[in-house]
Design a protein around this ligand. Structure first.
Ligand code: PA5
Length: 425
């Protein structure tokens, strides 16, 4: 379901040279013995997930779909990016589906928070607060506002029915609060970190509320598990080949990787990917800087840098063979815009020609290597499959650098300073 092509960046021989090292790391992943191994629960989650909770997710999603205009997802980082990536990729940006999904708890911006609070004032609302630690400040600030709003609007009992909490199964401030209030609770497993959690209730509840079939998502994860977990051979495992290609690029002095897609509804997929690789790999003064662009939109901004600027980056082109929708460009009798040369062509064909032209310009003229990841479509199953592809590629990529992929010690530094300034004990 995913094809990987390194030929616009390096040779397969350069990748296969890593085979012995990959065999060793493959064992660390599948036998769960690598660094940070208490966070390798995502590896076989598609077999082990709680089926009862899965059914409850569907029920709660159905309740929300029938009872609200706006479904608020209150979380930050791994507690929202995956759901947002999935919903936008699978449904598109203007799918005209109800309820509308709004993300909050991911910023301190007073403008953003105030505007969301005003926007929901006269709407029917449900809330999903998501935090593994249960103490994340951005999320806690937004949730206090939402909780008060919900209780004013629906009363304590009504609010209780409409608030869902996804958090640790046994401990934490949010866990204790949700339990005391009697909210429907969902669990973030102990052995799955935030940025690997989209395939748990963290991602699945908002995804189901958006009308997406979560069985299909999990089928995609399972297929990817079957494809990548049993095979360390770099000529047969595209996820590992991609991970190794990143290291090959780095050896050639490429310090930045630009995730490039050609569909605006995959911009958040790139944001999710940036978190996955940035937070997992950027440690001990090592790692490749993940950045992203959506072409052709960003060809009119960043394209200049990619073509002619400093040769510090390579692109990872994430292509979808089938778009969600397509249309034919119409003929115009007057042809005043001189665009009739495209009449009768599909917009997706035009997009793909732009991609081919750009690939050639960047690679051949600009000297920018391109790794290509090709997926069939933007379905729920493809999303699940792609998540697992990137999870296992990320773990391999980090372990090849001898880095623990599952912690984020650097994130704590700003928090310490901020708490001091905020007067937190
Ligand atoms: O990947 C991670 O672990 C982080 O990005 C967290 O998801 C993020 O910081 C939010 O944390 P929490 O879910 O504890 O509120």
């Amino acid at each position: 379901m995913i094809k990987f092509d390194c030929t616009h960046a390096c040779s397969m021989d350069e990748i296969v040279a890593y085979q012995d090292r990959v065999n060793e790391v493959h064992k660390w992943i599948t036998e769960k013995t690598g660094k940070g191994n208490d966070f390798l629960g995502w590896v076989d989650w598609c077999k082990n997930y709680d089926k009862e909770e899965f059914e409850q997710i569907k029920k709660s999603a159905e309740f929300a779909r029938n009872n609200c205009d706006v479904f608020l997802v209150c979380g930050i980082g791994g507690s929202y990016l995956g759901a947002r990536a999935a919903i936008e990729m699978i449904n598109g940006l203007y799918a005209d589906k109800k309820p509308e999904i709004i993300f909050i708890g991911n910023t301190f911006s007073s403008t953003y928070i105030s505007q969301v609070m005003k926007y929901i004032e006269n709407k029917e609302v449900c809330v999903n607060v998501i935090s593994k630690s249960g103490t994340t400040t951005e999320t806690a600030i937004a949730f206090r506002l939402l909780k008060q709003f919900m209780e004013r609007k629906y009363g304590k009992d009504g609010a209780r029915e409409r608030i869902f909490a996804t958090t640790d199964k046994a401990k934490g401030t949010l866990h204790d609060l949700a339990k005391a209030e009697g909210y429907q609770m969902f669990v973030i497993p102990d052995d799955i970190g935030g940025r690997y959690s989209v395939i748990t209730a963290v991602g699945l509840l908002p995804i189901a509320v958006a009308g997406i079939n979560i069985d299909d998502v999990m089928n995609g994860v399972k297929k990817a598990f079957d494809d990548f977990n049993t095979e360390a051979d770099l000529t047969k495992n595209p996820a590992y080949a991609y991970a190794v290609a990143r290291r090959v690029m780095e050896e050639k002095g490429k310090v930045a990787e630009m995730f490039v897609s050609y569909d605006l509804n995959t911009t958040m997929l790139a944001e999710w990917w940036k978190q996955l690789f940035g937070e997992s790999e950027g440690k001990e003064e090592k790692g490749i800087l993940p950045c992203s662009a959506t072409f052709s939109t960003d060809l009119h901004s960043l394209g200049q840098f990619v073509q002619d600027g400093r040769k510090c980056l390579y692109e990872t082109l994430v292509l979808f063979e089938k778009p969600i929708e397509d249309m034919i460009f119409p003929e115009d009798a007057e042809n005043a815009d001189s665009m009739n040369y495209l009449a009768g062509k599909n917009l997706d064909w035009i997009n793909k020609m732009a991609m081919q032209g750009t690939l050639e310009a960047h690679e051949k003229t600009g000297g920018v290597p391109n790794l290509i990841i090709k997926a069939e479509d933007m379905s729920a199953e493809s999303f699940g499959y792609m998540c697992y592809f990137f999870f296992i590629a990320c773990a391999m990529s980090c372990y090849l650098l001898d880095i623990n992929p599952f912690n984020q010690p650097g994130v704590e530094v700003y928090k310490k300073n901020m708490f001091k300034l905020l007067g937190k004990n």
